[in-house]
Write a protein that binds this ligand. Structure first.
Ligand SMILES: [Zn+2]
Length: 387
């Protein structure tokens, strides 16, 4: 009996240690790269890359315990590595609920991994059972990092903010513009007015669904995979009224159709693959690529294997080439999904390899400038709230 008690006394602190150490292990295991850096690129690609405004439409860094301002040896990005990769603008997305047994085909909405992750990462208690609070807490992490960054990390809320940032960036590019996006609108918890809470916290991009169908509409990975709900229709109108961008990444095909039928502003797909180079339930069909481009929108190509059917720069470039050939270079962008539990060819310090790959694929410098960040800059300057 004493032996048993002793063993138990030893096991309890070990269990606690394991519980709180788990997020770091998951982070390092699931946000992995094919090869460690440094990531070589040709001299002309390096030179060109250093002259470009580089933008990425999707990074989940805020989900993890890492301090955005510190450099880490695992995960895909942090501010020091982003600046080394010459990134000028990053959309940071907040992840608030993912189903257990997560898969790309079909997920119910009745289980959640993020509750345990929030507890293990010692997030505030109010985040344990509120998806809205989880989004607001991750936004708060970005605000705090920006405040501590000596002006190197700047949250963008308006067109004027972005114009001012670009002027400063032209003087000294060792700075990063940050935008907030929600990955799925489950944080509004079924209430239209909670969009105001997100807006007030700085969110300017709204993904409609993530891995499961929610109150707004169907997910490409949900059970029903339906279109917009009646609330979803109100949501689209309200997002447009507030000059927030609608992001169709992870949306079911009927949901994309419903939004296309009613949207009056350019649409975004922050991180995706395209069926033309990689078939799959959440990769865009040719018809949807054409319709999103016709809205004036931008499509961010992802770096992971179910998006581009390989873990390589060549596969990413293939998807970019395909999309550009279909609708023109002005509608293609980068949407890495860094830190979104994906395996990628490189971390953010390797971005010049994309420029290298685009050069090798025969794109001229103006086209590369558009793809690598110019298109995102144009879309945001036209779509963010003025002021
Ligand atoms: Zn995603």
């Amino acid at each position: 009996m004493r032996k048993f008690l002793l063993a138990l006394l030893l096991l309890i602190p070990l269990g606690i240690l394991a519980f709180f150490g788990l997020p770091r292990l998951i982070d390092a295991q699931l946000n992995s790269v094919a090869t460690p850096g440094p990531y070589p690129a040709g001299a002309s690609a390096q030179k060109l890359h250093r002259s470009l405004f580089v933008a990425d439409l999707h990074d989940d860094a805020l989900l993890w315990e890492r301090d955005l301002l510190k450099r880490y040896g695992y995960g895909h990005s942090d501010l020091p590595r982003m600046l080394e990769g010459r990134l000028g603008l990053q959309v940071f997305s907040t992840v608030t609920k993912t189903p257990r047994g997560l898969n790309v085909e079909s997920n119910a909405a009745d289980s959640d991994n993020i509750t345990l992750l929030a507890m293990a990462q010692r997030w505030p208690r109010e985040t344990w059972n509120s998806l809205l609070q989880r989004a607001l807490y991750q936004a708060q992490k970005l605000h705090a990092a920006a405040a501590d960054s000596d002006g190197r990390l700047v949250l963008i809320r308006t067109r004027n903010d972005l114009q001012d940032f670009i002027k400063a960036w032209q003087q000294d590019p060792q700075r990063l513009a940050a935008l907030l996006a929600t990955e799925g609108l489950q944080p509004i918890e079924g209430r239209l007015e909670n969009i105001d809470r997100l807006y007030d916290a700085g969110f300017r991009i709204a993904g409609l669904t993530h891995f499961f169908d929610n109150e707004v509409g169907g997910s490409a990975h949900g059970l029903e995979k339906g279109g917009l709900t009646p609330l979803g229709r109100q949501v689209i109108h309200y997002l447009e009224e507030k000059s927030m961008l609608v992001d169709l990444a992870h949306a079911s095909r009927p949901l994309i159709d419903d939004v296309l039928a009613m949207a009056t502003r350019p649409l975004l797909v922050s991180h995706t693959g395209v069926e033309g180079t990689c078939p799959g339930s959440r990769n865009l069909s040719d018809r949807h690529i054409e319709a999103i481009a016709a809205s004036g929108g931008v499509i961010g190509i992802g770096y992971w294997s179910t998006a581009v059917c390989d873990t390589s720069v060549a596969a990413i470039v293939r998807a970019i080439r395909y999309t550009a050939d279909k609708v023109g270079v002005e509608h293609v962008a980068l949407g890495s999904d860094f830190n979104g539990t994906v395996h990628t060819p490189f971390d953010v310090t390797g971005l010049a390899q994309i420029t290298d790959g685009l050069l090798a694929a025969g794109f001229d410098e103006a086209a590369i400038a558009a793809i690598i960040g110019g298109n995102v800059q144009r879309l945001l300057l036209a779509s963010l709230p003025p002021g």
